[in-house]
Design a protein around this ligand. Structure first.
Ligand code: KIV
Length: 272
C-alpha cells in the first residue's frame, strides 16, 4: 500500500533515478497506469478540456476534482501495485490560506495523497499551513494553465532574464515553504536544468527538457488521443511498444521505461 510515497520518490533524486507521472481522471485508466508501474497519477484539472470538452481548465470546480479523484483512487486501489495519487486544486480554490486548507481537505478526503497548486512565492503561507496540517504539496510553475487568460494563450514561459530569475526565486520560496515536488511546464530546457540543480525537492517536467527529476504526460496525449499540438507530446501506443492483451497498459509502461532510461524527452520535445 505504501510502496510509492512522497518521501520514497524524493529519495530518487539523491540516487539520480527518474520517476514517471501520468495525468488521468478515471478508475479504468488509473488501474492500467498503476499496473504499468508508473510512479504517480496526477488527477489534473486538464480534465476540463479532456473530459468536459472545455477550452481551458478555468471552469473546473473543487466538486469536479473531488469526484474524479475518488474515481482514480478506486481504480488505483484495485491494482496489485497501487501508486501515489496527486490531485489538482482548481482555479480560485486556494486564493486564501483558509480556502486552500478547506479545499485541500476535500481532495485528501476523496483519497488523494498530495495536492498540486499553481503559482509562486505568493503561495508561501498556504503551502506552509497545508504541510503543517499533513497535506503534502506539489507546486507548479512556468506555464500555469489556470492563468491562460493572463498569459494570452498557452505560451512558453521563462524566456526573459527577469522571468528566469523570478521562476528560480519562486521555486526556492516554495521549497522553503515545504513543497516536496515542483512541476515545471513549458519552459526552456536550460532553465529547468538550472532550477532542478538549485533545489533539493524533485522537479517534474512537461515540455521542460530532459534534466528534470521526473516527467509527466497526460494519458490521452501519450495514447495518441487529444489534439494537443505541443512539441513535448509523444504517442507511446505504437506497434513496437504494445502486445495484444492490454495495449493501453503497455503504452503506459513504455512511457515509464522511456522516462527511466532517458529516451524521453528527446531534444525535439524541448523548448530553447
Ligand atoms: O492538469 C494537468 O494535467 C497538469 C499537468 C499537465 C502537469 O497540470
Amino acid at each position: 500500500m505504501f510502496e510509492k510515497t512522497v518521501s520514497k520518490l524524493r529519495e530518487r533524486k539523491q540516487q539520480s533515478e527518474k520517476f514517471s507521472v501520468v495525468a488521468a481522471y478515471d478508475a479504468t485508466f488509473a488501474k492500467a497506469i498503476a499496473d504499468a508501474g508508473v510512479d504517480a497519477i496526477l488527477v489534473g484539472d486538464s480534465l476540463g478540456m479532456l473530459v468536459q470538452g472545455k477550452r481551458s481548465t478555468v471552469p473546473v470546480s473543487i466538486e469536479h476534482m473531488a469526484y474524479h479523484t475518488a474515481a482514480v483512487v478506486r481504480g488505483n486501489e484495485a491494482s496489485a501495485s497501487p501508486t501515489l495519487v496527486i490531485a489538482d486544486m482548481p482555479f480560485m480554490s486556494y486564493q486564501s490560506t483558509a480556502l486552500a486548507l478547506d479545499n485541500a481537505g476535500k481532495l485528501m478526503r476523496a483519497g488523494a495523497n498530495m495536492v498540486k497548486l499553481e503559482g509562486g512565492e505568493w503561495l508561501y503561507e498556504s503551502v506552509r499551513q497545508l504541510v503543517q496540517n499533513g497535506v503534502p504539496v506539489c507546486a507548479h510553475l512556468g506555464l500555469t494553465p489556470q492563468s491562460v487568460n493572463k498569459f494570452g494563450g498557452f505560451k512558453v514561459q521563462g524566456k526573459s532574464d527577469s522571468a528566469k530569475q523570478r521562476l528560480l526565486a519562486d521555486g526556492k520560496a516554495l521549497q522553503e515553504a515545504g513543497a516536496d515536488f515542483l512541476v515545471l511546464e513549458c519552459i526552456p530546457a536550460a532553465l529547468a536544468c538550472e532550477v532542478t540543480a538549485a533545489l533539493s525537492i524533485s522537479t517534474i517536467g512537461i515540455g521542460a527538457g530532459s534534466d528534470t527529476d521526473a516527467q509527466v504526460l497526460v494519458a490521452h496525449d501519450l495514447l495518441g488521443l487529444g489534439d494537443s499540438p505541443a512539441r513535448f507530446v509523444k504517442n507511446f501506443l505504437t506497434a513496437d511498444n504494445i502486445g495484444e492483451e492490454n495495449p493501453v497498459r503497455d503504452a503506459f509502461a513504455a512511457f515509464d521505461n522511456a522516462v527511466k532510461t532517458g529516451s524521453y524527452p528527446a531534444p525535439e520535445h524541448s523548448y530553447k
